[in-house]
Ligand binder design. Structure first.
Ligand code: B12
Ligand code: SF4
Ligand code: SF4
Length: 388
């Protein structure tokens, strides 16, 4: 976060990225149906749709490592503050949506966000029904959320750790939890601040969402849809981040979507599809799905890998190996510029990424201990997969 070079008001030079009127993904808004949270791979794993082993593993796959367990404990304690009381009178702030958007984004950066964007909340991004992970017997509840705007907050999953890990060893869930908790802290604080300004606002962060996040990221100009399937790629962090969102009625000028050449890059690269340990990512063409175009993802295979991983905790191999997931150094910035601006150079970039050995674990940077709470009794042991 603070290590990035030359931070001005934004951590990354998003002003240098080409802005477009519509996302680079084909979207037929009228055809998109709102989805039930119950349809997500995690809900299905928790409810037993993917079998009893995954149903059982779902309850321990985060706390089985003590770092991810500790972060998730803190993250869960913030949950009651997602929403709250709105000030009785609106504050005397400028009646200028552009100035307000800039101010809200600067506030999020002040709170330590790594990237921030604003858009109108697409109505189809709101789940139709909420699923209760804690009380499945309660059934599903319809969601009504008519906020007009969304502020998306991205938190880097940490490139140094990303270099060190294999993609699916014992630190993967901790990387996810760290970004979930930190983005949750930023979003909860921002939502409370907006309510103190006199406007309705609600924070959405893992696993407490009323919305599907990727379409918000697209419209907020924070990235393009990638071959990974369900993941939006940022031009400087790649896919190596988690996001939280504040939905609100505070009028703000939306950002525009971006185009940095990713559709062309992903069409050739396919590295994530090649390296995914569960074979969940497609190496084929995009398909139309629920009114928009995407590279398909096998959510059952990925959920089984992330929830049921026997040799580690979680999985983030796709984010590890993606050539866009690099440290923000002068060398990588130069390569990044070339990949964005010179389509003919992309094939060499993709080849070079493999030749340079990127995507392989660099255990010299390994800082965590491999530990497992195998039986959920708080007793930590060396995981069986690590015993000699
Ligand atoms: C459940 C879930 C999963 C499950 C199952 C996914 C599924 N489809 O059910 C699995 C285990 C596969 C998974 C894996 C990962 N996930 Co996930 N996941 C979620 C979660 C919690 C819910 C998504 C959901 O409800 N899906 C069910 C329905 C909606 O799926 P769907 O109809 O197929 O729609 C998907 C996409 O097509 C897209 N989408 C939905 N509507 C629309 C509309 C338009 C116009 C477009 C273009 C796209 C789009 O978003 C949906 C994402 O699953 C979200 C958080 C959230 N609330 O969005 C994070 C989330 C999508 N995951 C995230 C990440 C980072 C990952 C991983 C990289 C894991 C990691 N180690 O970090 C992998 C990547 C998988 C991949 N190859 O893309 C991030 C993505 C951020 C980003 N860069 O876009 C999110 C937003 C979490 C967060 N808070 O940051 N995930
Ligand atoms: S998180 Fe792991 S299993 Fe899921 S798509 Fe990425 S590499 Fe494949
Ligand atoms: S690894 Fe390659 S194909 Fe996969 S998302 Fe990254 S750039 Fe696209």
């Amino acid at each position: 976060m603070s290590g990035y070079l030359k931070r001005s008001w934004e951590t990354f030079p998003m002003d240098r990225i080409k802005r477009v009127d519509r996302p680079t993904t084909k979207i037929n808004e009228d055809e998109i149906k709102r989805v039930r949270e119950r349809e997500s791979g995690f809900s299905k794993a928790a409810a037993g749709d993917y079998g009893p082993r995954l149903e059982k593993e779902f309850r321990r796959f985060v706390p089985k490592h003590p770092i991810s367990g500790s972060i998730a404990w803190m993250r869960d304690n913030m949950m009651p503050f997602r929403d709250g009381k709105i000030a009785p009178k609106t504050a005397p702030i400028p009646d200028d949506p552009s100035a307000v958007a800039r101010h809200i984004k600067e506030t999020a950066y002040f709170l330590r966000a790594d990237a921030v964007g604003v858009c109108k909340l697409p109505p189809y991004a709101v789940y139709s029904h909420k699923f209760s992970f804690k009380n499945m017997a309660a059934g599903e509840a319809p969601i009504e959320l008519d906020h007009k705007y969304a502020v998306a907050v991205l938190i880097d999953q940490d490139e140094r750790t990303n270099q060190a890990f294999s993609g699916s060893d014992w630190i993967s869930n901790s990387m996810s939890m760290m970004s979930y908790a930190v983005s949750g802290f930023v979003a909860i604080t921002l939502a409370e601040y907006i309510r103190r300004l006199g406007y309705s606002a609600k924070a959405h962060y893992a696993p407490y969402y009323d919305i599907v996040v990727p379409p918000v990221l697209l419209w907020a100009g924070l990235g393009e849809m990638s071959r990974m399937g369900d993941t939006v790629m940022h031009p400087f962090m790649g896919p190596r981040f988690k996001a939280a969102v504040v939905t609100t009625d505070l009028p703000m000028e939306p950002d525009k979507p971006i185009d940095f050449g990713l559709q062309d890059f992903c069409a050739t690269c396919k590295k994530c599809a090649r390296e995914c340990p569960s074979g969940a990512i497609s190496d084929g063409e995009k398909v139309m799905f629920n009114g928009y175009e995407k590279w398909p993802l096998d959510k059952q295979k990925c959920s089984t890998m992330r929830v049921g991983n026997q040799h580690g905790s979680g999985c983030g191999t796709c984010i590890k190996v993606c050539p866009w997931s690099k440290l923000y150094t002068p060398f990588h910035r130069a390569v990044n510029w070339t990949m964005r601006h010179v389509p003919q150079a992309r094939r060499f970039g993709i080849l070079g990424d493999d030749l340079m050995g990127y995507g392989k674990p660099d255990y010299r940077n390994k800082w965590w201990f491999d530990l497992e709470d195998e039986n959920g009794d708080g007793i930590l042991t060396i995981p069986k997969s690590k015993e000699n």
